[in-house]
Design a protein around this ligand. Structure first.
Ligand code: EPU
Length: 340
């Protein structure tokens, strides 16, 4: 029996672990009845926390196609297999002189999962370069193509995370990259790059990530454990009485405000985003441990496995942190990581 891949390094098994190399092979598996329910599709498991063995089928794509499907004077469209390692795709774009993926360098995981969770970093989200998603319905084996609008992208959100759409397995992602020079350099340290190029930006992003985040080869983690919470401006004003320097950012208009802490929905203009890492640090958690689970020394948003931690141990630390932040700031942190 194979262990389920996961970057926290938790040793868990599934009743059945199936891998496939093509869309046809996946459809054959489905139609033969091999994909028993419940099922879970994983990439490298870089956003998952397992607290127990998975009582069902775990699927993993090894579809690794990379095909140019369209090109005009300004852009190129490529179809990329869901099993392609995300950072290999970014490197390929940078090497070929295609603009748009470079800020997302070194994010762990695979292409299919990147599109499902709308990965983002340094002012860019993957939705910005997605042209379409090809998926298979695990109940029927039929294929379906989703436009970016149909994917209903938001901050670390897509339709594929909703219960009724979890039956779709992403097999390929179509990306549209620019052939004309354009960069997203709003994020602090990237602003300082002189005469920017794709390679310079990729190198800068890689060095920022290596500085702040644990090396996945050495320390188990799932990147940011919580999402950055959205609170109302009036809540912010209250907090500023005690913490005048609380960092906060505007919420983009297009972003769905899914969890203002007060519960009621509010328009993005009446809300701000607060870095969860700052809140957690203020509660004194940065660098601390609880059992074999810990909070990363250089970025409090990242929970780590200090060695041999169980999923329950990491979840218990997460609950302690959530409790502290709620008590001190009245903000309910939401997990970015999916817990099983
Ligand atoms: N901060 C602290 N203490 C900390 C961490 C952060 O005070 O320990 C404050 C600082 O004010 C800092 C601000 O938070 O200026 C923002 O920190 P950072 O730039 O590291 O980004 P983040 O908001 O903590 C988000 C993403 C990351 C992404 C970075 C860069 C989420 C949940 N996380 O983190 O994504 O790499 O921005 O764009 O949105 C991931 O999703 O796994 C991930 C790593």
């Amino acid at each position: 029996m194979t262990f389920i891949p996961n970057t926290f390094g938790i040793r868990v098994k599934a009743d059945r672990f199936l891998e496939y190399d093509s869309e046809e092979e996946l459809v054959t598996l489905i139609r033969s009845g091999a994909v028993t329910s419940p099922f879970l599709h994983v990439g490298q498991g870089s956003n998952l926390l397992f607290t127990k063995d998975f009582p069902g089928t775990v699927l993993h794509s090894r579809i690794d196609d990379f095909e140019e499907v369209d090109r005009d004077g300004y852009s190129v469209t490529v179809r990329v297999g869901a099993g392609v390692v995300w950072d290999d795709f970014v490197e390929e774009c940078v090497t070929r002189g295609w603009y748009g993926a470079e800020n997302l360098s070194l994010i762990p995981g695979e292409t299919g999962a990147a599109a499902v969770q709308n990965i983002g970093a340094y002012g860019t989200e993957v939705k910005d370069i997605i042209a379409a998603i090809a998926a298979i319905d695990v109940q029927t084996g039929e294929s379906r193509v989703f436009s970016p609008v149909e994917c209903r992208y938001g901050y670390r959100q897509s339709i594929f995370k909703q219960p009724s759409y979890k039956k779709f397995i992403v097999t390929s992602v179509y990306f549209r990259l620019s052939l004309t020079e354009q960069y997203a350099l709003e994020y602090g340290p990237l602003k300082e790059i002189e005469s920017p190029s794709l390679r310079k930006i990729r190198d800068a992003v890689i060095s920022i990530r290596r500085e702040k985040l644990p090396d996945p080869a050495e320390t188990g983690s799932a990147g940011s454990f919580f999402m950055n919470p959205i609170i109302t401006v009036s809540h912010l004003n209250d907090l500023q009485q005690t913490w005048p320097d609380i960092p906060h950012y505007p919420v983009p208009d297009a972003e769905t405000v899914t969890y203002p802490t007060e519960g009621a929905s509010a328009s993005p203009a009446d809300c701000v985003k607060v870095p969860a890492g700052w809140l957690i640090q203020q509660c004194g958690w940065r660098g601390k441990s609880q059992g074999r689970a810990g909070v990363w020394e250089k970025q409090a948003l990242v929970l780590v496995n200090r060695g041999g931690a169980s999923g329950e141990e990491i979840l218990s630390l997460a609950r302690s942190i959530t409790g502290s932040v709620l008590e001190k700031f009245g903000i309910a942190l939401q997990m970015e990581v999916n817990v099983f």
